[in-house]
Design a protein around this ligand. Structure first.
Ligand code: PEP
Ligand code: MG
Length: 592
């Protein structure tokens, strides 16, 4: 079994696809540079304004079309880009100051913006460069008099297409995801947080992103196998490999079908313990799939995604509607809204200082800096607006609130005080709110983990953010691929922290849920169950496999396994032990 070449990227959305490469090239339209007489410049600016207006109208039309498919919200970034002075005003100024045609002014401005984005360290923002390209292309087409809708509606892919691209602008990703012939996405750029990944996960299309040499190794029409779980792309696979891929695909499809049929069956362990499965949500459009997969509720609503990539905070009204939509869609199930975890690697589209219209120092260590609850407590208006919106929305469903990255008692006290003050002022205004809103906190720092026994008496629930808990416990940047080999969920320090957090919650009698990526990984399910954890929150795509894993796990055995693992010392020793134990536990299944 072999393939002409095997490419490695990041598995952004699980599943196997077998098909042909459809290479989607983002055509950067390189226009002609023309120098215009002074007298013509005003009219040229006017021509650009008309093209910008036409693009805005097309975006509105797209939004309308897409909202039915529940992807409208993410197009907002394009509209904001279109209105951004760095784009529109800069292009107009270039026409007037350099005496050039609108096409060249747009081209030049776009190149400058792209160069600026390429220099940024923040992956969330860097990934938005495809939005700029899309907007610039549309404006160029409008300047050239193209008919936009015809192009979109007439866009057809050959059967069994695997879309291969450098990057996919979000509007294109949505359209391609809705095309019946699209089987998967593979991109050279992008990361787990790029729009392509998010759309792929929401649409349950396999996807591999960040495959660095993709475009030099794949030609249009090449036969491809994509493994969205392992993050692998096989180019020109031989017969043996195709057979193996088809077998794996059939297995996964059967698992998926089984998972959907079982969506409403409880996640009961072999020895009869019930485990609660919750969903993680970044975008409102993910809620549908969570319901299909039988999520009991939302264990983590990453509300900061409403702000990521934006150039201004959302208003109270915008947030109220976003929260209300999610609460209503969940039909009475519990929704855990996490207050903004902004800062660190999750940044808005503007420098924080401009976004918050206040003084913010440039940070040497953003992950240890003004992030999450720290940022909210330092920018009270941002925090109060969110709390007010959430409190108002609480009248429309079953809401609980939690605060991220608490490391000091004072932060928790201050956050709760703000919440109470907002509640009191809304109450005076006669605004309806839920009578009781449970208030919890995330345990994501070693500081919180080690005082969890005391914190547990101050909140209604704990939610363990293992992504950050591991990052801060092991001092390993979770985004840095150079030290990724040291990012180990099975390090004894992580296991001991979890053990202490769980014991603290149990002693105080409060619920605890794990919502980091570990919760959605069947490799870690037995370990978490063995620790006494019975509530897990994850992306919809992982729910089926984790539930099946639970159904094949004896909690009593998992507990014994964890007791023994906690007696070992090195990470390698613990990993090898758990691996052997899992092989014995799941003889007929592969949960690795
Ligand atoms: C975590 O840290 O595990 C978590 C769920 O929060 P985020 O990944 O959004 O930082
Ligand atoms: Mg976190």
């Amino acid at each position: 079994m072999s393939a002409r070449i095997v490419l490695k990227g990041i598995g952004a959305s699980p599943g196997i696809a077998i098909g042909q490469a459809f290479v989607y090239a983002l055509q950067t339209i390189v226009p002609l540079r023309k120098e215009l007489p002074q007298a013509q410049l005003k009219a040229e600016v006017e021509r650009l304004c008309v093209a910008l207006g036409a693009t805005e109208k097309q975006l509105a039309h797209l939004r309308q079309k897409l909202s039915a498919q529940e992807h409208g919200l993410i197009l907002e970034a394009h509209s904001l880009m279109l209105a951004d002075p760095l784009f529109a005003d800069a292009a107009k100024a270039a026409i007037l100051s350099k005496g050039i045609n609108a096409e060249w002014a747009v081209f030049e401005t776009t190149q400058e913006l792209l160069a600026h984005f390429d220099a940024l360290q923040n992956p969330y923002i860097r990934e938005r460069r495809s939005d700029i390209k899309w907007v610039a292309d549309s404006v160029q087409k409008n300047l050239a008099g193209h008919v936009f809708e015809e192009e979109e509606d007439g866009f057809h892919l050959p059967e069994n297409s695997i879309v291969v691209a450098d990057e996919l602008p979000v509007a294109k990703a949505v359209f391609l995801a809705n095309e019946k012939n699209t089987l998967a996405f593979v991109t050279q750029g992008g990361g787990e947080t790029s729009h392509t990944s998010i759309v792929a996960r929401a649409k349950q299309l396999p996807a591999v992103v960040g495959a660095s040499t993709l475009l030099q190794n794949v030609k249009p029409g090449d036969s491809l196998v994509v493994d969205g779980e392992l993050g692998e792309i096989y180019v020109e696979p031989d017969e043996g490999m195709l057979r193996q891929a088809k077998r794996k695909q059939r297995q996964q499809q059967a698992q998926q079908m089984h998972a959907q049929q079982q969506a409403h069956a409880p996640a009961l362990s072999l020895d009869g313990h019930k485990v609660s499965l919750w969903g993680n949500v970044e975008f409102i459009e993910e809620v549908d799939m969570l319901l299909k997969m039988g999520a009991e509720g939302i264990g983590l609503f990453r509300t900061e995604f409403l702000l990521v990539g934006k150039d201004r905070p959302c208003s109270e009204e915008e947030q109220f509607w976003a929260y209300r939509r999610v609460l209503e869609a969940m039909q009475g199930r519990l929704v855990t809204l996490r207050t903004f975890d902004l800062g660190g690697d999750k940044l808005p589209g503007e420098p924080l200082e401009k976004f918050l219209e206040g003084h913010v120092e440039k940070e040497a260590n953003p992950a240890l800096g003004l992030r999450a609850i720290r940022l909210c407590l330092g920018h009270r208006e941002l925090f109060r607006t969110q709390l007010r919106a959430a409190l108002r929305a609480s009248a429309f469903g079953n809401l609980q609130l939690m605060f991220p990255l608490i490391s000091h008692f004072s932060e928790l006290h201050e956050a709760k005080k703000e919440l109470e003050a907002c509640r009191a002022s809304l109450s005076v205004q006669g605004i309806a709110m839920a009578k009781h809103i449970p208030v919890g906190m995330m345990i994501e720092t070693p500081a919180a983990a080690w005082v969890a026994d005391l914190l547990a008496y101050e909140v209604d629930f704990f939610s363990v953010g293992t992504n950050d808990l591991i990052q801060y416990t092991l001092a390993i940047d979770r985004q840095n691929s150079q030290v990724a080999y040291l990012y180990s969920p099975l390090h004894l320090a992580v296991l001991r922290s979890l053990q202490h957090i769980v014991a603290s919650a149990q002693k105080a009698g409060i619920p605890l849920c794990v919502c980091g990526e570990m919760a959605g990984s069947s490799q870690h399910t037995a370990m978490l169950l063995g620790m006494g954890i019975n509530s897990l929150s994850m992306a919809a795509v992982h729910m089926g496999k984790v539930k099946e894993c639970i159904q094949n796990t004896s909690i009593a055995k998992a507990q014994q396994m964890m007791q023994a693992a906690l007696q070992k010392s090195s990470t390698e020793e613990i990993e090898a032990f758990i691996h052997t134990q899992m092989h014995a536990m799941y003889v007929d299944h592969n949960f690795f």
